[in-house]
Every structure is written in structure tokens, then in C-alpha cells.
Design a protein around this ligand. Structure first.
Ligand code: SAM
Length: 228
């Protein structure tokens, strides 16, 4: 899938894109090495090429993808805890793939119910040489990993209530569920299933995007408040 004709960016555009990505990531507290920048650019190539064949994402322009997929995904990197991370409902690989590129010391399991999307993500991870990515084509509620995750992240997948119902079992005792949301989900917060609570809601600013972003950090109700 990814092997299909990569879209070559003119040199000037490529430099501008790399500069925006580097500066945007830095603003988010993420330092990117040249190889990581190159991998993120190749991820955009792959997404554009695949999107031309089958509808993977509604965002079709490269600058939009850079901000709404790459930088938006990287905005949660400072909130990852522990080495094992799951991305529930990764779709075309967001936020999982950009995080895996930018945080090679973490291992990522990208869970996606739709076969077409899961195959694209697995093929892209392989072609980018991401040894820290495993793709699971399964509904999150049916997936039983050998060990729970330190961080379970999800963007645009479900209400907080449903997310906890689908993926709460994936979260370690002292782990975190990170729900990436647009507007502050005040009502959803009130409907969390028993056994989980909202620890914090962080307002995020994604460089180049004039849109609201919130990250809801959820933990198990019995989680120790002082746990790092
Ligand atoms: N997270 C990606 C993003 O922000 O670009 C994709 C968001 S898309 C709106 C939601 C994705 O979650 C879809 O690809 C859908 O197939 C997947 N999904 C929904 N419920 C799921 C579940 N219970 N387990 C696994 N994947 C699920």
C-alpha cells in the first residue's frame, strides 16, 4: 500500500514543511532529530498516496495533515507515562504513528477495528522501519494483551464513557487513559463508569491550528495520587 508512488515535494516546499514541523514540535516540547523529521514527512507521503486510492482521512491537503495529524498527535507526547502505550481506534495511525516516530523508547500497540485501516497502518509502520509499533486488527473491547498498558491514548473514537467501557481493561493499575478531545467534554466527564475518574483536563494548543483542543487524563479510581 505505502509502496505506491510517493508524492515528491518541490525542494522549497519540503524545506518550509520541515521548518514548520520542527518549530511546531519544539513549541510542543518535542525535539525532532533529522531522521525523525524525514520519517514524519514520509508518513505524509504515504497518507497522501493512500488517501488518493481509498478514503482514509477527510483531511486531504498536506499542510492540513501536518497540523491536524502530525502536530496534533505530537501534542500528547509530554503526557505519555511508562514504556507501553496503546492507541485505541488509531484509524490511519493517529496519534500512534507520529508518537512512535518521535518517541522510539516507548513501544506502541495500535488497535483498529477496520481491516483496511489496520493493514494500511501496519504496512506504513513497516515501510518506515518502526520497530516499536505493533498493529492489532481487533475491537479494543475484545483485545486481551499479555500485559496492560501504562498509557492508553485515543483520538476521536468515542465518548469518555464508551472509551472507558471499550478500553478501560487495557489500562494498568497506575496507568492513564488519555482522551484527545476538541471542546472541553464537561457533560461526558459526569458519565464515567465506576472504577475510573478524571484526574485532569489539559487545554492544548496545537501550533498553526486555531481550534480548541483538550486532553482528558483518566485514571483508575483507586490510583495513588502521588504515583509518577
Ligand atoms: N484516531 C484516529 C484519528 O484521530 O485520526 C481515527 C479516528 S476515527 C474517527 C475512529 C476510529 O476508531 C475508526 O477507524 C474506527 O474504526 C475505530 N474504532 C471505533 N471503535 C473502535 C473499537 N471499539 N475498537 C477499535 N477501533 C475502534
Amino acid at each position: 500500500m505505502v509502496e505506491s508512488s510517493p508524492v515528491e515535494l518541490p525542494v522549497g516546499d519540503a524545506q518550509r514543511e520541515a521548518a514548520e514541523l520542527l518549530a511546531g514540535a519544539r513549541e510542543l516540547g518535542v525535539n525532532l532529530e533529522p531522521a525523525q523529521l524525514a520519517a514524519l514527512s514520509r508518513l505524509l507521503d504515504a497518507l497522501l498516496a493512500a488517501n488518493a486510492q481509498f478514503n482514509l482521512t477527510a483531511i486531504r491537503d498536506r499542510p492540513g495533515m501536518l497540523r491536524k495529524h502530525l502536530l496534533d498527535s505530537l501534542s500528547v507526547l509530554p503526557f505519555l507515562r511508562g514504556p507501553r502505550v496503546a492507541d485505541v481506534g488509531t484509524g490511519a495511525g493517529f496519534p500512534g504513528l507520529p508518537l512512535a516516530i518521535a518517541a522510539p523508547a516507548h513501544s506502541f500497540v495500535l488497535i483498529e477495528a477496520t481491516g483496511k485501516k489496520a493493514r494500511y497502518v501496519a504496512s506504513t509502520a513497516r515501510s518506515l522501519g518502526l520497530a516499536n509499533v505493533e498493529v492489532v486488527n481487533e475491537r479494543a473491547e475484545r483485545y486481551r494483551p499479555q500485559a496492560p498498558f501504562d498509557t492508553v491514548v485515543a483520538r476521536a473514537v468515542a465518548s469518555l464513557e464508551d472509551l472507558v467501557a471499550y478500553a478501560g481493561h487495557l489500562c494498568a493499575a497506575e496507568g492513564r487513559l488519555l482522551a484527545m478531545k476538541g471542546k472541553h467534554p464537561e457533560r461526558e466527564q459526569l458519565q464515567l463508569p465506576k472504577g475510573f475518574r478524571v484526574l485532569a483536563v489539559h487545554r492544548l494548543r496545537v501550533p498553526g491550528l486555531d481550534e480548541e483542543r483538550h486532553l482528558v487524563e483518566i485514571c483508575r479510581a483507586r490510583s495513588r495520587p502521588s504515583a509518577a
